[in-house]
Design a protein. Structure first.
Length: 484
């Protein structure tokens, strides 16, 4: 079909110009644009032949509705009852086929976000690069995405790329097959439907799951340029699933790693949480370092690792500690991890300032400010994490001071536990001499009388004293009054 392109008004017959006038000519132009947009939409919705489709019947896969959240099944049923297609898609299907228990389920449909929104009370459309629907069912929020088409089929207001090939807007809709091809990795392009209970595979994802491979759909270099975060996703899935990265998918990673600099720091912070706070942080760190991706996320840490073995061990131990806590279902915070990863650079900078004559406390503050500012240029650190991070650093210099009532006051500090855990890590990797951590461990386990004895013994031995003097509060000492 060809678009309806009207000739310019000045070429119209004279009687047409007289009848329409300027206002009617503008109206006809508007109708022309609307018709052209409609024709473009029809083009995009034409279904290509399904050459690569493999349908895994109900008896040939291990997915059961009992393992899918009731909220996701409710979303699918409402869409299907309204006449739309609906599939569980992505990591949820992948993990179910691996015998895992996914926490989140996403639904893909041929309904537009506006059409789907009318089916769910309180639903809202989010996203700019690609608009999706968040449907709330009880306490769960299910992400509903419309089948995507190829961005080259979209109008200017629907699809846009940067000069580096990165997709800035991708609101082009398609059908089930084009949606599968537009996804990143084959293992994430599997679709499960309750209409027949089959799994639809257009890209060989089932075979790659069997072979434990992470494979990019399409040309890897092009897909990474469209969205450089896909490089981080490849590493994250490989670490999480214990899969290998397919050779072609792996090849461009190091060369294209600088493209991460084009990603907004706020988005990279969200990716860091997925990479390092998912229970597989240590393995993820190893892969990021291998493919030269780490230096674009934590440049100061990467520089320290190259020249300081203690920095590498501290980073690995912090990530291992975080993984163990997550696997034990214990509380973790990005503030602790960021404190550990940035500490070697902060410590080195503080020592440089002290050598120049800056007192230790101001030197630490200046060093913390500089290294934090450097990191913010790469990944955002919300204040709810950056403030505790700096408090953990500050306590590293306060914990050795235990005289009088200082030990008790420091233990009551809201960041004491995190600072204590960090102190133990520093001792374990040999950054500081062992002993202080043991003292604080015993102090926490002691009763009130035993604590007083510990502090008294410390003072008698000359340890843990206030360096500025017992009576000093940090201000100018008063001169004694002259005798009258």
């Amino acid at each position: 079909m060809q678009e309806w392109n009207l000739p310019p008004p000045e070429t119209w017959p004279q009687h047409h110009q007289g009848i329409f006038g300027h206002q009617r000519m503008a109206a006809v132009k508007t109708d022309s644009r609307m018709l052209n947009n409609l024709i473009s939409s029809i083009k995009r919705w034409r279904k290509p032949a399904k050459k690569g489709l493999r349908v895994i019947a109900r008896n040939d896969h291990n997915i059961s509705r009992r393992d899918i959240s009731r909220a996701a099944l409710t979303v699918m049923k409402r869409l299907q009852d309204a006449g739309y297609q609906a599939y569980i898609v992505g990591g949820g299907v992948r993990d179910l086929m691996l015998g895992r228990h996914p926490k989140d389920f996403d639904v893909a449909t041929d309904a537009t976000p506006e059409q789907a929104k009318t089916l769910f009370r309180g639903a809202r459309i989010v996203g700019r690069r690609f608009r999706i629907l968040h449907a709330r069912i009880g306490r769960e929020v299910i992400e509903v995405t419309t089948f995507r088409g190829h961005h080259s089929d979209g109008e200017e207001h629907e699809a846009r790329q940067s000069e580096h090939g990165m997709l800035l807007r991708d609101n082009v809709y398609g059908d089930l097959e084009t949606d599968a091809i537009r996804r990143d990795f084959t293992v994430n392009a599997l679709y499960y439907t309750t209409d027949g209970f089959a799994v639809h595979d257009y890209t060989g994802g089932v075979e790659d799951i069997e072979n434990r491979l992470i494979r990019m759909i399409g040309v890897p270099a092009t897909r990474y340029k469209e969205d450089p975060v896909r490089m981080l996703r490849a590493v994250r899935f490989a670490a999480k699933l214990d899969f290998a990265i397919e050779a072609g998918t792996e090849a461009p990673l190091q060369e294209l790693s600088p493209l991460l600099r084009n990603i907004a720091p706020a988005r990279l912070f969200d990716e860091i949480l997925k990479l390092l706070m998912g229970g597989h942080g240590e393995r993820t760190f190893e892969l990021l370092h291998r493919y030269h991706l780490w230096q674009h996320l934590f440049p100061d840490n990467a520089a320290q690792i190259e020249k300081n073995p203690a920095a590498l061990e501290l980073s690995q131990r912090a990530l291992r500690n975080t993984d163990q806590r997550i696997q034990a279902d214990m509380r973790v915070t990005p503030a602790f991890l960021y404190a550990a990863l940035l500490w070697p650079a902060v410590d080195e900078e503080q020592k440089k300032l002290v050598d120049k004559g800056v007192p230790p406390a101001p030197a630490l503050a200046q060093a913390a400010q500089k290294i934090t500012s450097n990191q913010l240029a790469h990944t955002a650190i919300p204040k709810r994490f950056s403030i505790p991070m700096r408090e953990i650093w500050d306590l590293q210099h306060r914990l050795p001071q235990r005289g009088g009532s200082r030990a008790q006051r420091q233990m009551e500090h809201p960041r004491f536990r995190a600072a204590y855990d960090f102190l133990l890590l520093r001792e374990e990797c040999g950054e500081i001499e062992a002993g202080l951590g043991k003292w604080w461990t015993d102090f926490q386990q002691a009763d009130e009388e035993q604590r007083q004895q510990m502090v008294g013994k410390l003072q008698r031995s000359g340890g843990g004293a206030n360096r500025r003097g017992r009576n000093s509060r940090g201000g100018r000492r008063r001169k004694p009054k002259a005798a009258e």
